[in-house]
Design a protein around this ligand. Structure first.
Ligand SMILES: Cc1ncc(COP(=O)(O)O)c(C=O)c1O
Length: 457
């Protein structure tokens, strides 16, 4: 019997194109609406913020979209990323299940985020853009775009959610090392930030607010565009390289997952691992095995499990178009738990859509249980996961323990979206017993949901 641990692809085996789930959906996702007219937005509505090549990817229904050669050239530095069989974790759990994880923490920034930062910087430079603005929750996306900016010679301005800026000073140092500028959000640099600071000077920030600030700045200048680290179709598309590689690697292992798991903030790493598998199922044929696909989100910000499926703004100041998604309301401020990258009020419209179609499941866990899972994982496999990724680890461990109870040898695949080397303060707090299972304020949630925009049916 083989006892292989790592399944590695050569650089030549790296996928040459991204997979677009829109091509295989039985029902297309609802249109994106202009908040003024309530009509579907056209490419021109989005062009102040994004280059046309990315807007075309946003609305594309082509099944395969080629990854440009200069982007693939950069990817070679760490891709294809490894697929591991978690044999030590299986043993520690005493489970008959087979656990595999795709590890995205091997990228220079430490997560899956460069998979979209690199192409976004590439397409913007190609369109003659000189500066990108963006938000960051965990600091992972900000560092990834800063890294991409340094490679392609494009200036990057990052608005880092205040609570994460304070929790993780070394993420800011990393962004600055790559040559980007990083300020805490809400900031006095924008109207959106000033309005929030006037109401509450110690506001902890949120991804919705940081997005408003970045969008506001980008909309003011022709040479500046905005880059989003998750949620949008083109971002999810770029992340599908994860699942495309994983399919090849699972075949190398002679295995096929029964359960595919990812953590969900805005939905991009989950979509990255899951959409290629969902596509195989939707297309039918020999690979159309029905697999359970599970999204794991934080119980303190549970958009998929507790949010409404409704049209909403992507940001707090209402500068973005309206998308139909699972949302907690655009003014909802999640409590300051440690997985900053999962503190977003909404979910990617495409992930929300497949949830509505019954193609995926969703579960929510509190942070202490997720850290416990992360520590169990680290002590068996050696890798210290990012607090966001701990949600996927928790999901995988729960499935493996279910298999143990039921005596089933199922195959579990999860995406380990990043390492937690910049998050050790969170682990220190966990060991000191300082972490709490924060819950959101039901009254604030009700208020945020009551402010959902009225969209004619
Ligand atoms: C390591 C890591 N995993 C997951 C996420 C969540 O984002 P998404 O749902 O877009 O993958 C983040 C966001 O910052 C992250 O840094």
């Amino acid at each position: 019997m083989s006892d292989t641990i790592k399944y590695l692809l050569s650089e030549d085996q790296m996928p040459k194109d991204w997979y677009n789930l829109a091509a295989d959906l039985p029902v297309p996702a609802p249109a994106v609406l202009h908040p003024g007219t309530m009509q579907p937005v056209g490419p021109d509505d989005l062009s102040p913020l994004f280059p046309m090549s990315l807007i075309m990817q946003e609305v594309s229904t082509e099944r395969r979209i080629e990854i440009p050669e200069p982007v693939r050239q950069v990817f070679r530095q760490w891709r294809p990323s490894p697929l591991f069989r978690a044999r030590a974790l299986e043993k520690a759990l005493g489970t008959p299940a087979k656990i595999y994880y795709k590890y995205e923490g091997v990228s220079p920034a430490g997560s899956h985020k460069p998979n979209t930062a690199i192409p976004q910087a590439f397409y913007n430079v190609e369109a003659g853009i000189r500066k990108l603005t963006t938000e960051t929750g965990a600091g992972q996306w900000g560092s990834s775009l800063a890294f991409a900016g340094s490679l392609f010679g494009i200036e990057v301005q990052v608005f880092q959610v205040r609570v994460s800026y304070d929790q993780k000073p070394y993420r800011r140092a990393l962004m600055e090392t790559y040559g980007a500028t990083c300020v805490p959000s809400p900031s006095p640099l924008t109207q959106a930030g000033r309005a929030i600071l006037a109401q509450r000077p110690d506001h902890p920030g949120s991804l919705g607010i940081a997005i408003s600030e970045a969008v506001e700045l980008a909309a003011q200048r022709d040479d500046t565009k905005y880059a989003l680290g998750s949620v949008l179709n083109h971002v999810l598309l770029h992340q599908t390289i994860i699942g495309e590689e994983a399919i090849l690697q699972m075949a190398m292992a002679g295995d096929d997952p029964d359960v595919v798991i990812g953590c969900t903030g805005g939905g991009s790493n989950f979509a990255g691992i899951a959409f290629p598998f969902i596509g195989m199922q939707l297309r039918g044929g020999p690979n159309a095995k029905k697999r359970r696909i599970v999204a794991v989100e934080p119980a303190a910000c549970p958009s998929l499990t507790r949010g409404q499926y409704a049209y909403d703004f992507g940001d707090t100041a209402h500068l973005t178009p309206l998308t139909k998604m699972h949302t907690l309301g655009s003014t909802f401020t999640p409590p300051g738990f440690h997985a900053g990258g999962l503190r977003y009020h909404g979910m990617a419209p495409m992930v929300s859509h497949v949830k509505e179609l019954g193609l995926i499941e969703a579960v929510a866990y509190h942070q202490i249980g997720c850290f416990e899972a992360g520590v169990t994982f680290a002590r068996a496999e050696g890798i210290v996961p990012a607090p966001e990724s701990n949600h996927a680890v928790k999901g995988a461990i729960e499935e493996a323990l279910r298999c143990k109870r039921e005596g089933k040898a199922e195959t579990i695949l999860f995406n380990l979206s990043g390492h937690g080397h910049f998050d050790m303060m969170a682990y220190t707090d966990y060991f000191a017993g300082k972490l709490q299972d924060l819950t959101y304020d039901e009254g604030e949630l009700a208020q945020a949901l009551s402010g959902l925009p009225a969209v004619p049916a």
